[in-house]
Design a protein around this ligand. Structure first.
Ligand code: 5GP
Ligand code: MN
Length: 335
């Protein structure tokens, strides 16, 4: 067992470290993992990063020879061996072991020191040290503070800073939500260190292919359903849509947010048919709590205004379930 005081002591000797983040890693999962990995490598540790499934190509600019993330789906046995060999395990940007699939069991039985750094609601007791703060914009922000709390912020270099700023920018939608004063101060410090935020924003937001814009057009023109009486809207995508547009799961990132651009819409969902499950992404404005909806009805979780989940069911059934539970989260409006 380690606690927060002696993790620095433990890290003062070289360790075999593995950093794990969640399935379908987003910018914060990738940024916080690669940022922390680079920092620990500079400190002479042997560090591996593992994601359960592949990360979006848009984040390829964060990958270099020093950190090449391993993907469990592509090399399961090698990933389990890395976890078994590790003396320190960092769990980043998730709060329950089922978010890392089969690797969860290996982590559970490992005797390594486990450190969870996360900002989702209701973390499960899966680590010796839990750095969990739902007020934080992102896990990347918490990794910055973790490094700072050890008095080592001066070791943050370009590659670490770029990775952490990527996580902050993606999880706040370019500083539109989930921010606090500290978020801007940290972003300011990173910028003053010479991190090129413009380059990062370009990588993240201006790297689409034509098929992405065609898919967006299709979603908004043909797959959008508005429920004005509940101030809600959803977009659904079938397996055939995925084939027709030649897209994969990561290509739908951000589409759900378009629904909230409508002034009278306060709750939005993207419901997609995956090979074996139906995935739901939920977003809301103000006090509407989609984290509750995700955890109670869709076996998921996340944040108050951004959550997700999944179901082993038919697409139509998940849509019906979503419409049926809506009145519990948003008052019926007389039109
Ligand atoms: P997204 O809708 O972009 O996939 O995810 C939004 C938020 O909900 C993220 O913070 C993500 O970690 C969380 N989330 C998405 N899917 C799931 C899920 O299946 N289970 C849990 N617990 N959280 C999820
Ligand atoms: Mn995050």
């Amino acid at each position: 067992m380690v606690d927060q005081q002696n993790i620095k002591l433990k890290l003062s000797n070289p360790q075999d470290i593995v950093i794990l983040s969640h399935r379908n890693p987003d910018g914060d999962a990738v940024g916080s993992s690669i940022g922390l990995a680079r920092f620990l490598q500079k400190w002479k540790h042997v560090v591996k990063v593992i994601f359960p499934s592949e990360y979006p190509l848009a984040f390829q600019y964060l990958v270099n020879e020093q950190v090449q993330p391993m993907i469990y789906d592509l090399q399961p046995q090698e990933c389990l061996d890395v976890i078994k060999r590790s003396s320190v395990i960092f769990l980043l940007d998730f709060n329950a072991l089922d978010r890392i699939d089969k690797m969860g069991e290996t982590v559970m039985f490992s005797t390594a020191s486990k450190v969870l750094i996360d900002h989702h609601i209701d973390p499960e007791p899966i680590a010796d040290i839990v750095i969990s703060d739902t007020a934080s914009s992102s896990t990347s922000e918490l990794v910055f503070l973790f490094i700072q709390s050890m008095g080592m912020a001066d070791r943050i270099d370009q590659s670490i800073g770029e990775a952490l700023l990527t996580g902050i920018i993606t999880d706040t939608g370019s500083f539109k939500y989930s921010t606090r004063g500290l978020t801007y101060r940290i972003a300011g410090e990173l910028k003053e260190m010479g991190i090129d935020d413009y380059r990062i924003q370009n990588h993240i937001f201006n790297s689409l292919e034509p098929k992405n814009l065609k898919l967006l057009g299709h979603c908004l023109a043909n797959r959008m359903v508005i429920l004005p009486e509940y101030k809600a809207a959803y977009i659904y995508l079938t397996k055939e849509d995925y084939t027709l547009f030649g897209i994969s799961r990561g290509d739908t990132e951000g589409i759900v947010n378009y629904l909230l651009m409508m002034k009278d819409i306060s709750l939005a969902a993207l419901i997609t048919e995956q090979p074996t499950i139906i995935k739901i992404s939920l977003r809301s404005k103000d006090d509407i709590n989609v984290q509750q909806m995700a955890s109670l009805h869709f076996n998921g979780g996340g944040h108050k205004n951004a959550s997700g989940g999944s179901a082993y069911a038919k697409l139509d059934d998940v849509i019906s379930r979503f419409v049926k539970v809506l009145p519990n989260y948003i008052k019926h409006q007389t039109l």
